[in-house]
Write a protein that binds this ligand. Structure first.
Ligand SMILES: O=C(O)CCC(=O)C(=O)O
Ligand SMILES: [Fe+2]
Length: 318
């Protein structure tokens, strides 16, 4: 398969950005930025494997376990298992395991959740109070905007599929290095979505026969080092490879007024309620078009697309 060139854009890095500067110059642009030199508290030096195991103890956590580095939500090549936190951290930090579920070099991924997954959002202050004390979350948004704080702990090599979340996000890389590739919400026509996830799993060597439009997606890329914070605006797609065992913490906050979001969303990935309602109405419209023969359905469908483009597309999000 011939390799086609894809545009790569480096995500800009800014050093020592204050709250004022972030809110004035970065936040309104709605583009990803790596924030360096942020004050994150003692976590960046304290969070060794031994310390984490000791501090969080044997609290049970539900994890993804994958025999291969690239997790695939389509073929479901990973399983969910439960382990005590300290055992999980030790396993995630080692390459070969004596005890394992699938294979001796299986990979692990933790995305922490609330006490009751269906009702509570993840909040490390509640689930990991001992560790939460070590982190100073950059408070670059109002307290009322806070949605959740989520632990992301990953084995070396593990790749998380491309997806979007509906909240604004600070991905705080506490330890370990990772590569993050991002795509703009505007490139959604080229990403072959299934829900909030892209079906193009192998973004470095994509199957262009199957996904011909993927070549048009503009690839934004950065490497996060320990201590870096990546601002991921709502709806920006991201794909993450942990190059080393690493501990990250991400903070989701509401960009829109609170009433715009789905109250039952605990993961930060349910579309705003107005968007879900609009999609439902569109599905009804499509059902209605089925009353017409193909030639007519095609004509009116094209007119509807034009109308959507004319009425709802924006040239500038400003
Ligand atoms: O860094 C990771 O493990 C994934 C980050 C992510 O998906 C997020 O912060 O929303
Ligand atoms: Fe995410």
């Amino acid at each position: 398969m011939e390799r086609r060139e894809q545009a790569v854009v480096r995500v800009p890095s800014l050093d020592g950005v204050t709250r004022e500067r972030f809110l004035r110059d970065v936040y309104p642009r709605r583009e990803p930025v790596v924030l360096k030199g942020m004050e994150l508290g003692p976590c960046t030096t304290k969070w060794t494997v031994d310390y984490l195991s000791e501090a969080a103890g044997s609290k049970e956590v539900k994890i993804h376990v994958s025999a291969v580095p690239q997790m695939d939500f389509l073929s479901k090549n990973f399983v969910y298992r439960t382990l005590p936190f300290d055992v999980f951290v030790r396993r995630a930090a080692e390459v070969k395991h004596e005890d394992y579920f699938l294979s001796e070099d299986e990979k692990y991924y933790l995305r922490s959740v609330g006490e009751d997954v269906r009702k509570d959002v993840a909040d490390i202050r509640k689930q990991f109070p001992g560790l939460a004390e070590d982190v100073q979350i950059p408070e670059y948004f109002e307290k009322e905007q806070f949605f959740s704080s989520v632990f992301r702990i990953s084995s070396a090599g593990l790749q998380l599929w491309t997806h979007y979340d509906v909240m604004d996000n600070f991905l705080i890389q506490v330890t370990g290095r990772k590569r993050v590739v991002l795509y703009s919400p505007r490139d959604v026509p080229y990403l072959y979505l299934s829900g909030t996830k892209s079906e193009v799993l192998d973004i470095d060597n994509p199957d262009f026969e199957k996904y011909p439009l993927f070549v048009k997606a503009k690839r934004y890329q950065c490497y996060l080092e320990a201590g870096d914070v990546l601002f991921i605006p709502a709806m920006w797609f991201h794909n993450v490879i942990s190059e080393e065992f690493g501990v990250a913490l991400n903070v989701f906050w509401k960009h829109l007024p609170a009433e715009c979001y789905d109250k039952s969303d605990t993961y930060g990935n349910k579309d705003p309620t107005a968007a879900s309602r609009a999609i439902q109405i569109l599905d009804r419209a499509l059902k209605t078009l089925e009353e017409l023969p193909a030639e007519y359905r095609d004509f009116y469908a094209r007119r509807m697309v034009l109308r959507i483009q004319e009425k709802a597309y924006t040239n500038d999000y400003g």
